[in-house]
Design a binder for this molecule. Structure first.
Ligand SMILES: [Zn+2]
Length: 462
């Protein structure tokens, strides 16, 4: 092992984790390494123990859930199996927006309520809390999946990522954190154009990463660019994709261009990694030790192969329980056991989360996820928003305003921020909508552009 890798693995990473309060990380990692191979009945027994603890806790300490239990005529003792959970109602995003504070467990220590926000790529953004212990478990679950892809602590990583808050800031403190986290470089997908892709490719050749972690569609765009120019690439060991839907054509292209396998991952801000691909590449194993996943249509659970709405019960976040939470994505179960031997149930590729790139006035491309996260989500008054684009450099926002909407301020903000990311010449228009329903396919789509992405020469899609 190289000296830098050993240093990160045995010295700087443990120090950083300790500083961040992730005290249980190695214990969680050891448990998760074992529990992934539990047989289904043992796994379900573990889930049920955790579910009972969660329900009793929510009933005793969360005013919001106590009201819900009473309204449904249920007490925690009535839930005698995992299936019984269906006696409780589905938790919608607007429930969280309207009742955030009363969902939090009474008397939970203030210093252990970690506030976070979703990006709102599948509807309205929202705020939520989790505990330090839960966040630490999520980190262990992410690392377990990294391990399936052969990605170890201290490996050289190239990020093709669109989230500025996850990108290193310029202060010496954050630069130090980056240095201690291991060797890494970034392509910011919030602003991709040809010159940045050329520069990133040169950086990749110098840097020689072992791993690429990427927004699926952004990496596909980069791969398409390399292919169209006939540019070669250093070999990568593995690629981890997430945050955007990975369609089969994009997967084939990326694997071919970089000469390695993709390990796709599905997750969200609220609960972290939900499901992830193992080396068998036949669906995504759910992180079922901490999450109870349902796939439903109406009140009915869907059999394998049939898609429905994904509901998540977070078995470990006692600070703010999430019980039967509708994330806004569609998915379907995969049938039967996986040949890798892991007992964790599998989802097929998740069909929701389709976001398109928007084309700016100067031809730059900005992903919908980016605008959802860094423009719309920062103004809760904007409520639920969709973006439509019919021509380059012009966007239409469809707005279902939130309760604290301030028309003049919020619209000025929206126009200014849009021009900041899509170019000063961008025309910004809006209309108000009573309801922003799903697409005919049943997917909630944050952005939809009719403009073909051919404004960068060889980059036309398909
Ligand atoms: Zn597997």
């Amino acid at each position: 092992m190289k000296a830098t890798k050993a240093f990160v693995r045995y010295v700087s990473d443990p120090v950083l984790q300790w500083k961040w309060g992730n005290r249980g990380l190695s214990r969680h990692s050891r448990e998760l390494a074992r529990s992934q191979f539990l047989a289904r009945p043992e796994l379900e027994a573990l889930q049920f123990r955790r579910l009972r603890r969660l329900l009793e806790h929510a009933y005793d300490r969360s005013p919001f859930y106590r009201r819900r239990f009473l309204a449904a005529g249920v007490v925690p003792g009535n839930i005698r199996s995992l299936e019984d959970l269906r006696r409780l109602p589905v938790l919608e995003k607007h429930d969280i927006q309207d009742h955030l504070e009363s969902m939090v467990a009474d008397g939970w220590p203030q210093e252990d309520l970690l506030l976070d926000h979703t990006g709102g790529s599948t509807g309205a953004p929202l705020a939520f809390y989790s505990s330090r212990e839960r966040r630490c478990w999520g980190q262990a679950a992410t690392r377990r999946h990294n391990g399936w892809a052969g990605w170890g602590i201290g490996d050289r990583v190239a990020y093709v990522w669109g989230a500025p808050r996850d990108l290193p800031a310029r202060s010496w403190r954050s630069q130090l954190v980056v240095a201690l986290s291991g060797p890494q470089i970034f392509l910011d997908t919030g602003h991709i154009d040809e010159s940045r892709m050329v520069a990133f490719r040169e950086a990749l050749i110098r840097f020689r990463p072992e791993i690429i972690q990427a927004y699926a569609r952004s990496l596909a765009l980069f791969a398409r660019f390399l292919r169209s120019r006939g540019l070669d690439q250093p070999r990568i060991q593995a690629i981890v994709t997430s945050a955007e839907v990975l369609d089969p054509a994009d997967r084939a292209l990326i694997e071919d261009v970089f000469g390695c396998e993709i390990f796709n991952r599905y997750g969200c801000r609220e609960v972290g990694v939900i499901a992830s691909e193992c080396p068998a590449h036949t669906g995504l194993h759910t992180a079922s030790e901490g999450l109870l996943i349902e796939v439903v249509r109406g009140d009915d659970p869907m059999p394998p192969g049939e898609s429905g709405s994904i509901l998540v019960t977070d078995l470990l976040n006692l600070a703010m329980p999430l019980i039967r939470y509708r994330i806004g994505d569609m998915g379907a179960w995969e049938e039967g056991p996986c040949r890798c031997g892991r007992g964790l149930p599998r989802l097929r590729e998740v069909a929701g989360r389709v976001t398109d790139f928007l084309v700016g006035s100067d031809g730059r491309l900005v992903s919908g996820v980016f605008l959802a996260t860094y423009v719309v989500a920062r103004r809760p008054g904007l409520g639920q928003v969709q973006i439509r684009q019919e021509e380059r450099g012009k966007v239409l926002y469809r707005i279902k305003a939130g309760s604290n909407f301030r028309e003049r301020d919020d619209l000025e903000y929206l126009a200014a921020e849009t021009r900041r990311y899509l170019g000063e010449g961008t025309l910004v228009d809006w209309e108000f909508a009573a309801d922003l329903g799903p697409e005919p396919s049943g997917k909630y789509v944050f952005s939809r552009s009719e403009v073909s992405i051919d404004s960068l020469g060889g980059l036309a899609r398909n």
